[in-house]
Design a protein around this ligand. Structure first.
Ligand SMILES: Nc1ncnc2c1ncn2[C@@H]1O[C@H](COP(=O)(O)OP(=O)(O)O)[C@@H](O)[C@H]1O
Ligand SMILES: [Mg+2]
Length: 480
């Protein structure tokens, strides 16, 4: 219905249905006009040609008679008076005049049909050229005249005039013209109707797609177009549209899951703080007890503010306005700095944390703070998921136009079904354990967005019980 509303606002001539209909009707009418007109012209010229041939033939007969048998008066009379008068259809009349325009022989009845003096005037003006002329009763005649030598060698020159009644031919042509007009009018009425039906049928899928698009909102993202019976192009349009809805639906799902996760993760520390404060306030406490409560609240607040700053970081990293501040960074030194930072906590867990032996000095244009944060997140994960006695190794190297940073551990590893999801925000393989280890589930998501900011990518390979290796690949111009 909303489609109708918008269609009504568009001018009629600007609709696709109208344009298709108009185009189809115009092309159809043009073709019909062309076909009927050319048929008519062919018919006309064939009829004219046959009349001309007939006249030329008659002229020839009379001329031959005059030239070869000038004294065969009977033959001439038969040809001019009898044969022509005997015809019932397409009657023709012949008149033979001498040099002084005195009639010698005339087909009987000719004077009643044709104005003879006008005929004489006109044939004089256009000798040997057939032309049309009106008869005395309004009939149409086709007239020609020619000079004819009498005898050979010739003794004088006579004039032959022939007029043939072409009224029947004219009537036939008039009937044809009426028919053609009727056909044209019929086409004129029917073509737009057919065109409109065809166009409407053709654009029905477009209307359906538009309708779906119009009432698509976040609440009915699951609706799809059923491209049954659609022509190929529109089926692929519908398919593209459906795929767009798939992606939108997935993003929407992710975003709503994300908000639910945020709410949940914010609520936990806030609830903890509230609970502790409430319990502490039930009765008077000693200074030490208050200190314990405050310390625990502080811990929760630190968690909260870490979580909020992680979220803020991710939100900013997504903004297209975010820039990386590249500077020349010695990657091996950067890894050393990260190692130094995590050394104490690794030692506490009985884990050895080293940079790979023989790591070459790799220098590249990077955002130092961001890359340090990414590597830090990886090392913190490795420390959290490697049991005592395990080891973590940081390594780097340069290939063609990318640099590679690797963090490997021989810790617990990640199950294959969880592996594709570890970069999702708030995703944790083992929720209860990770909560204890203080993770927010945003660490790898942050690593991934730092790589995206650098135009690089992150790969993870892991085997349960054997360990995990995360590789960062960053394209650089002028590494080393
Ligand atoms: N080196 C690793 N070894 C085993 N599991 C890992 C490792 N790194 C990441 N993971 C798994 O991936 C999940 C997501 O990591 P991350 O995004 O950093 O979240 P967090 O560390 O806050 O839980 C972790 O919860 C953990 O289960
Ligand atoms: Mg982490």
């Amino acid at each position: 219905m909303s489609w109708n509303a918008s269609r009504n606002t568009a001018p009629r001539w600007n609709t696709l249905a109208f344009r298709l209909t108009a185009g189809y009707a115009l092309a159809g009418l043009g073709l019909v006009i062309l076909a009927t007109a050319s048929l008519y012209l062919v018919l006309l010229s064939e009829l004219e040609k046959s009349t001309d041939l007939f006249l030329a033939d008659k002229l020839n007969v009379v001329r031959t008679l005059l030239r070869e048998r000038p004294n065969d008066w009977e033959g001439l009379r038969e040809e001019i008076q009898l044969e022509s008068a005997a015809r019932r259809y397409e009657q023709f009349y012949i008149r033979l005049l001498d040099e002084h325009n005195t009639p010698l022989l005339t087909t009987p009845g000719m004077a009643e049909q044709v104005d003879l003096s006008r005929l004489a005037r006109q044939t004089e003006r256009r000798p040997a050229h057939p032309f049309p002329m009106k008869g005395t009763h309004g009939q149409s005649f086709w007239v020609t005249s020619a000079a004819a030598e009498v005898g050979s060698p010739s003794t004088r020159t006579d004039i032959i005039e022939i007029a043939i009644d072409i009224s029947l031919r004219e009537a036939l042509l008039a009937r044809y013209r009426r028919w053609f007009l009727a056909i044209l009018l019929g086409c004129f009425a029917i073509f737009p109707l057919i065109g409109y039906q065809v166009a409407r049928h053709g654009i029905r899928p477009v209307q359906e797609i538009a309708t779906t698009a119009q009432h698509t909102s976040s609440t009915n993202l699951h609706e799809r177009i059923l491209p049954e019976g659609y022509p190929f192009e529109l089926a692929s349009l519908a398919d593209t549209f459906n795929k767009m809805l798939d992606r939108l639906e997935e993003s929407f799902d992710r975003i709503s899951r994300f908000s639910a996760d945020i709410a949940h993760d914010l609520r936990t520390p806030v609830n903890n703080i509230r609970g502790e404060a409430e319990v502490a306030l039930v009765r008077a406490r000693t200074v030490d007890e208050y200190r314990d409560v405050l310390e625990s609240c502080l811990e929760e607040t630190v968690r909260l503010s870490d979580l909020i700053s992680d979220l803020l970081f991710l939100a900013r990293a997504e903004s297209p306005l975010t820039h990386v501040h590249r500077e020349r960074v010695n990657v091996a030194e950067l890894l050393d700095a990260v190692r130094d930072y995590y050394e104490a906590s690794a030692e506490d867990g009985g884990i050895s944390l080293t940079t790979a032996a023989g790591t070459e000095p790799v220098v590249a244009e990077l955002d130092r703070t961001l890359v340090q944060r990414a590597v830090g997140n990886l090392v913190s994960n490795a420390v959290a998921h490697t049991p005592s006695g395990g080891s973590i190794v940081l390594g780097t190297g340069a290939e063609a136009s990318t640099i590679r940073i690797e963090v490997s551990d021989n810790g617990e590893g990640i199950p294959p079904d969880a592996l594709p999801r570890v970069f999702d925000r708030f995703y944790r393989v083992d929720t209860s354990r990770s909560q204890a280890s203080g993770g927010t589930g945003l660490g790898l998501a942050i690593v991934q967005s730092i790589m995206l900011l650098h135009g690089g990518k992150v790969e993870i390979a892991s085997h349960v019980g054997k360990g995990t290796r995360v590789t960062l690949r960053i394209p650089v111009s002028g590494s080393r």
